[in-house]
Design a protein around this ligand. Structure first.
Ligand code: 5AD
Ligand code: SF4
Length: 503
């Protein structure tokens, strides 16, 4: 699993179309998503549920009757962010009410873009009118996702203005919970994880017009010792292959050309239906659907990564040549403490399968530095793994102790400062690897799905099959959603720069 977006493009800002729905007459909702692609996609489904009930989506919390935060708790910082957002919605107190009446306090919009400054409080501004952020009176505030599951009803204690708390394993109940709120219930919760069903809805609001996410397996059974996901998302549940394929066909008919199969451990997929499709067979079947030009999948777990997946990629040009295979550490001792179920050598065997493939496969990973007990030698092994594998991209994190996880109680915690030092060393080393790797691609031509247009003229961006970001020039007027051939003219550590050759 990965809870980070691909590295940001290195030049300019790119946007794609697809504004918010309007025209419906019902209530309004604002939905903000934190964390991984699974959360992004869950939010698309949550939005689908609300739109089907006649709600209209708005792009800021002040205009919304219902404010929902779909949250992430993978690291402490992510969880803290949610509580600071909730703090911004604190109702106006007696004192503040008086100030508002006297014209000494104004409510300021909680513009997501200007959040970097100012806090949730109502500190007076020198000499002028005080301002404070939005408040929650008259609104329904809901916390969804991993923080909801993790903190449960505690959230009502910490932020009593919240009225809905629902973890992802209970999203099937969401329409019912929303109905209860509409009927005037003050507080509702959905916190069960003992479900064997997945969250499927008739209507999913997809935010990207070309790439459709599709969850094929939810939850996680792997129990890595540092990770909250098995608690927040519950046990593994796979969706039937026939229903997945039916949805892919509908997506293709609706004009989506790229599908991304999602799961915390996507390759642990276990078809619950009589067909008993293996993950690699499902990949191939999805790739065979008419109109599907790209199939991606994330995140793979090394334990369940076999040759059959590499063979599927080799056999089908439209299965993307990119595998995200989190390693977490290069030291077998640390991997054992993490309960990752493989050694450094076993992981390298999986890498060797990919390196031996008939077409190059781009490999990316996640790493954690400063796990309890990680010695300087262990860390050194993580660095040599970088050299050995030559990843195309690495998401690296400082170990963050999380509630309920076995590693919380492990001895030999690494000081924050030392974690920071190791992270910086790792990132420097990897940046240099990527710089050299990407340099080698200058002169090559890639097919790019164009998904961004810069404000600067003739500047476009997109992704290669290997998921590299390509910024390129083309005088064409409309390219969004097209597949074009782009020649690399220069390279940066996190992106390529190219010129369009043709379609
Ligand atoms: N501390 C730091 N990083 C973590 N991850 C998961 N749990 C933790 C934690 N407690 C990282 C892993 C995972 C990625 C999504 O987040 O590297 O692959
Ligand atoms: Fe967390 Fe490990 Fe499961 Fe990934 S495989 S979600 S790191 S427990």
């Amino acid at each position: 699993m990965s809870d980070e977006k691909a590295p940001a493009s290195e030049s300019g800002h790119y946007m794609y179309g697809g504004g918010l729905d309007d025209g419906a007459t019902g209530q309004t909702f604002y939905l903000e998503t934190f964390g991984c692609q699974m959360n992004d996609h869950d939010s698309e489904k949550v939005a689908g549920v609300l739109l089907a009930r006649g709600y209209r989506q708005v792009d800021g919390p002040e205009a919304a009757k219902v404010i929902l935060y779909n949250t992430c708790s993978i690291r402490e910082k992510a969880a803290q962010k949610v509580f600071s957002r909730l703090g911004e919605l604190r109702p106006v107190d007696e004192q503040e009410r008086k100030w508002i009446e006297e014209g000494r306090l104004e409510l300021r919009s909680a513009d997501p873009k200007s959040r970097a400054t100012g806090g949730a409080g109502s500190e007076p501004q020198s000499g002028g009118v005080r301002t404070r952020r939005l408040q929650s009176a008259g609104k329904i505030i809901g916390v969804l996702g991993c923080v909801a599951q993790q903190e449960g009803e505690e959230i009502f204690e910490r932020a009593p203005w919240v009225s809905l708390v629902c973890g992802s394993a209970s999203y099937r109940k969401l329409p019912q919970l929303i109905a209860e709120l509409e009927a005037g219930n003050r507080r509702v919760t959905g916190l069960d994880t003992d479900t064997d069903e997945t969250f499927e809805t008739e209507i999913t609001r997809r935010d990207n017009p070309w790439r459709a996410y599709l969850t094929i397996i939810e939850g996680c059974d792997k129990a890595c010792s540092y990770c909250v996901v098995p608690f927040t998302r519950g046990p593994e549940r796979s969706r039937g292959s026939a229903s997945i394929l039916e949805e892919v066909r509908r997506l293709a008919e609706a004009g989506y050309s790229e599908v991304q199969l999602l799961g915390q451990t996507v390759n642990s997929y276990a078809d619950p239906s009589a067909r008993k499709m293996r993950f690699s067979e499902l990949l191939t079947a999805v790739a065979e659907v008419n109109g599907i030009r790209r199939v991606r999948f994330t995140t793979s777990h090394p334990r369940d990564f076999g040759k059959d997946i590499v063979e599927a990629i080799e056999a089908r040009q439209n299965i993307c040549d990119h595998v995200h295979l989190p390693v977490q550490s290069g030291s077998t001792a640390v991997l054992r403490a993490m309960a990752r179920t493989y050694s450094r050598e076993e992981y390298l065997e999986k890498i060797a399968l990919m390196k031996a493939a008939r077409r190059p496969i781009s490999i990316t990973t996640d790493m954690i530095v400063g796990f309890p007990g990680e010695t300087e030698k262990d860390f050194e092994e993580t660095l040599t793994l970088l050299d050995e594998v030559q990843y195309d991209s690495v998401f690296a994190f400082k170990y963050s102790p999380r509630p309920n996880t076995p590693s919380l109680k492990m001895a030999d915690a690494i000081p924050e400062e030392e974690k920071g030092r190791r992270l910086a060393i790792l990132m420097d080393r990897q940046r240099e690897i990527q710089r050299v790797q990407n340099e080698k691609l200058v002169g090559e031509t890639f097919e790019v799905l164009v998904d961004g247009k810069s404000r600067r003229e003739n500047q476009w961006s997109g992704h290669t099959s290997s998921n590299r970001v390509m910024n390129f020039t083309s005088p064409e007027r409309e390219l969004l959603g097209d597949y074009v051939q782009v020649k690399v003219v220069s390279a940066m550590p996190n992106s390529l720069v190219g010129e369009m050759l043709g379609r």
